[in-house]
Design a protein around this ligand. Structure first.
Ligand code: ZN
Length: 243
């Protein structure tokens, strides 16, 4: 049975990423995807990229990755996000900037699609939070499940064979019949659903099974490091409450 791990919005939080990868590995996951926002906010962009390359995580680019590359204007980011992008630009190694520049905006496989915000225009980084955006996204991929991130809040849209669309904040599903799903997998590195533990999704395509696991990690250490490197302290403080 194939077990696929899906990781959301890593945001250069190495402690969280290590914990999630350890957990998913113990669950038998051997294939990984990431819905983007690998950098931004967090203090260890180089180490996070190194680890995801090591685990052969197949990634799409997020808006923070594109802001770092100058592909979108970070002037529209909130001040903390913008400061973090400027800080990241100073510390990230050239080889990893080049690696980020090669990332696609979507990945489509037989069993799944991966993108950061919404389809059909992933380069617009729209938030998938409405029925219209959800339906347009469903129309633009073919497989049973589309995985996204961007809002940092786990959420699932289900579309049944009759065209009925429903949104749920429940994380775990078994997809029955022709029901399709769009799943926001939450954020590993900067969760905003008031659960500080880092989330990691396991998808078993043969069973149509989706499970969102959470793991605690060393938040005080990550928070301390955020302050130590000179990033805005709020970016560390909010890790404690998951907002
Ligand atoms: Zn993000």
């Amino acid at each position: 049975m194939t077990k696929i791990g899906i990781l959301g919005d890593l945001h250069a939080n190495l402690s969280a990423l290590e914990a999630v990868l350890t957990l998913l590995e113990l669950e038998g996951v051997d294939e990984y995807y990431c819905v983007g926002d690998i950098v931004g906010y967090g203090p260890r962009p180089n180490e996070v990229i190194e680890l995801i390359i090591e685990h052969k995580v197949q990634c799409v680019a997020g808006n923070h990755d594109w802001a770092l590359l100058g592909k979108i204007d970070s002037r529209y980011f909130n001040p903390y996000a913008r400061q973090a992008i400027e800080w990241t630009a100073k510390v990230i190694s050239k080889q990893y900037t080049e690696w980020l520049a090669e990332l696609p905006l979507r990945i489509d496989r037989e069993n799944l699609s991966v993108f950061h915000g919404a389809l059909p225009h992933p380069e617009e980084f729209a938030y998938l939070q409405s029925e219209v955006v959800a339906r347009n996204t469903f129309m633009d991929f073919e497989g049973p499940v589309g995985f996204c991130g961007h809002t940092h809040v786990p959420l699932t849209y289900l579309l049944d064979a009759k065209g009925q669309l429903n949104v749920h904040f429940q994380d775990d599903w078994v997809l029955l019949g022709d029901t399709r799903a769009i799943v926001n997998v939450g954020s590993v590195g900067q969760p905003r659903d008031e659960i500080p533990a880092a989330p990691g999704m396991i998808y078993e395509p043969e069973l149509g099974m989706l499970r969102l696991l959470r793991t605690p990690y060393n938040i005080p250490a990550e928070r301390k490091l955020i302050r130590k490197v000179g990033l805005p302290r709020i970016l560390g403080d909010r890790l404690e409450s998951g907002i």
